[in-house]
Design a binder for this molecule. Structure first.
Ligand SMILES: Nc1nc2c(ncn2[C@@H]2O[C@H](COP(=O)(O)OP(=O)(O)OP(=O)(O)O)[C@@H](O)[C@H]2O)c(=O)[nH]1
Ligand SMILES: [Mg+2]
Length: 159
């Protein structure tokens, strides 16, 4: 069965993460990796999106994306029993077809930028916090903005 079919209050263990390319990479980066236990917390009034809890934080997912994630070991929540063991940091799993470089998140590994070189910036923030709004202001772009988490899934570039 898939994550999209879970009922509120049920726990499950992620088995396979589907999707392709950037989307799959994004799902994995958000901590949706095989073997992770998730709890379905909420379903939006119109049935989409859904909110799951994993690794001690809440994540909102489109139903169509949740349907790409296979789960197993579905059971009633045992969240209280799990909460104590969640405080230790979890190392980045480094999985996914786009994750080739093991030093991807190693901040010390970067080379100094030469004078006159263009700066490459990335906007990072919680879902629905206004990243795309700021991106549009900075670049004059017209990327889609919505009062809804998970609007931007793919990478957007602008100058
Ligand atoms: N009040 C207020 N609302 C804002 C501000 N910036 C963005 N918004 C609104 O917040 C909502 C989300 O903005 P987006 O730019 O789509 O947010 P995002 O971080 O790109 O969202 P995702 O792509 O879903 O992660 C939209 O309804 C925006 O109009 C702000 O500075 N103040
Ligand atoms: Mg966005």
């Amino acid at each position: 069965m898939t994550l999209a079919e879970l009922k509120i209050g049920q726990d499950a263990v992620l088995r396979t993460i589907g999707g392709q390319g950037e989307l799959r990479h994004h799902l994995l980066d958000m901590g949706l990796t095989p073997g992770t236990e998730v709890t379905l917390r909420k379903i939006a009034p119109m049935g989409d999106p859904i909110e799951v809890e994993l690794r001690g934080y809440e994540l909102t997912l489109r139903l169509a994306d949740a349907a790409k994630i296979e789960v197993e070991n579905v059971h009633e929540t045992d969240r209280a029993a799990r909460s104590e063991e969640r405080h230790a940091p979890v190392p980045h799993p480094g999985v996914g077809e786009l994750r080739k470089a093991p030093s991807y998140h190693d901040r010390k590994a970067g080379a100094e930028i030469a004078k006159g070189q263009p700066l490459h910036l990335a906007l990072a923030g919680n879902q629905n916090c206004g990243k795309t709004t700021l991106f549009n202001q900075l670049t004059g772009s017209n990327q889609h903005v919505g009062n809804f988490p998970g609007v931007t899934v793919d990478r957007k570039d602008g100058t």
